[in-house]
Design a protein around this ligand. Structure first.
Ligand code: SAJ
Length: 429
């Protein structure tokens, strides 16, 4: 085995499960993260993120001595970089967010001094086209004593590849093993070495391409989903105008053998689908017309939902002239960015709830069965409440996430004057 020690840089939603996967296959793994709290948690055999079955893997790997976390990179035979690729702060009022590669650059900075001949460096982070070549440049600028693929091709000392992660939050442990992998080496030998590494645990096919195509493949997958969801979201707005039930419409259209429309919702959230298309749009703004429009449609959907809530409040007040807005109680069902997870980051449901909190003077009840308490930034803004309390007390119910717990509610059980069902819980909108 040419990989005795593997280092994973970035121990988040992708890095930690990947590190645990190698470690549970009895390879020594050094996990590196700038977050001391994450490092300490992992070294206790615990996890700082929520992902089914990951706790068992990490606990066993740490207890058996195969996984160790640290804040400073150490020598290894392979380095996997799984750090965030956020947006740069906007400089102008241009509406196109641009990717910020600073975390990839600092990963390069941290591993450059300890690289040795024969090492493999893999970029797993979702990245704009050209990022892997940039990473290679950052490494070679810092290590003139080593050779790199750009100048030495197949003879290079260091092998570099882009192998994007493609796992679905909530199913990461299974998908890491089962999914096919796109392997974008800077040379054929880089790809072969990366495959040798992944074959430690990947049962899916490892398909070779170049780094730019691998980068674009990942962006394409998430942009494709974004465009398809935008189509569903646009349909929901059109159907609302035409008094047609969009859920019935989609299920009828989907009976066609070649049609498979996705589901409308309150908007698109998470750290991938709503982000990655911008990496394409910012690189090729003239060409990426449809991808750009889809982003705008999906980003506009929460605003449409907020307008619906305002209309519902004014309808309620018209029907109850003795009441004022202060007397109106609104319940938001779901805060997470999608069904059956606890992740509130980049969540349209949460953003809609926060926006309602800003303009609404009456009670705002939030039901989120997947979390025990609200993040501190929200405690004074929103009341986290039980499903039963919301069912019995809200005048207006806004369904924002199709959590399993909510599917059990029968619409007639609600005491609400009106219901805004953004995700088809009751197949009405
Ligand atoms: N959504 C809809 N309607 C749908 C499907 C999803 O409104 O019909 C919304 C969800 O509610 C959520 C958002 O889209 O707000 C994204 O959810 P998702 O389940 O589509 O995707 P993610 O962000 O959890 O994970 C995606 C996956 N990519 C694809 O399915 C192409 C996953 O495989 C990637 O690894 C992940 O992005 C990533 O890390 O890039």
């Amino acid at each position: 085995m040419s990989f005795e020690t593997i280092s994973v840089i970035g121990l988040g939603y992708i890095g930690l499960p990947t590190a645990a996967m190698f470690a549970s296959n009895k390879i020594k793994v050094i996990g590196v993260d700038i977050n001391q709290n994450a490092v300490d948690t992992i070294n206790r055999g615990e996890i700082h993120i929520v992902e089914p079955d990951l706790d068992i893997l990490v606990k066993a790997s740490v207890n058996q001595g195969y996984l160790r976390a640290t804040t400073k990179a150490e020598a290894a035979d392979a380095f996997l970089i799984a750090v965030p690729t956020p947006f740069l702060p906007k400089e102008t009022d241009s509406d196109i967010p641009k990717p910020d590669l600073k975390y990839i650059e600092s990963a390069a900075e941290s591993i450059a001094p300890i690289l040795k001949k024969g090492d493999l460096v893999i970029l797993e982070s979702t990245s704009p086209v050209g990022a892997t070549e940039k990473l290679a440049d950052w490494l070679s600028e810092r290590r003139a004593d080593l050779t790199f693929p750009k100048t030495h091709g197949e003879e290079s000392d260091i092998r570099i590849a882009h192998c994007p992660e493609r796992v679905l939050p909530g199913h990461v442990v299974r998908e890491l093993v089962e999914n096919d992998r796109v392997i974008g080496g800077l040379t054929q030998k880089c790809s072969e070495k990366a495959i040798e590494l992944y074959k430690t645990f990947v049962k899916g096919d490892c398909v070779i391409t170049n780094s730019r195509t691998a980068e674009m493949a990942k962006l394409t997958e998430n942009s494709c989903r974004d465009v398809q969801i935008a189509f569903a979201n646009e349909l929901s707005i059109i159907c609302d105008k035409l008094d047609i039930n969009v859920w019935e419409l989609i299920s009828l259209a989907n009976r066609h053998p070649r049609i498979n429309i996705l589901q409308p919702g309150p908007g698109v959230g998470g750290h991938c689908i709503a982000v990655d298309p911008w990496f394409i749009v910012s690189k090729t703004p003239e060409q990426a017309q449809m991808i750009h429009t889809a982003r705008k449609v999906n980003d506009g959907k929460p605003l449409w939902v907020i307008d619906k809530v305002k209309i519902a409040i004014s309808d309620f007040l018209q029907a109850n002239p003795d009441k004022t807005a202060k007397d109106v109680s609104i319940a938001c069902y779901g805060l997470a960015f999608k069904a059956d997870i606890d992740d509130l980051r980049e969540s349209p449901a949460l953003n809609i709830t926060k926006a309602i909190a800003k303009f609404h003077s009456g009670d705002l009840l939030a039901v989120e069965p997947n979390i025990k308490s609200l993040p501190s930034s929200l405690v004074n803004l929103i009341d986290l409440t039980s499903l039963d309390y919301a069912k019995n007390n809200a005048d207006i119910s806004v369904v924002l996430v199709k959590h399993t717990e909510f599917k059990k509610i029968i619409k007639n059980e609600l005491r609400s004057y009106s219901v805004i069902d953004t995700c088809g819980l009751w197949k009405e909108l």
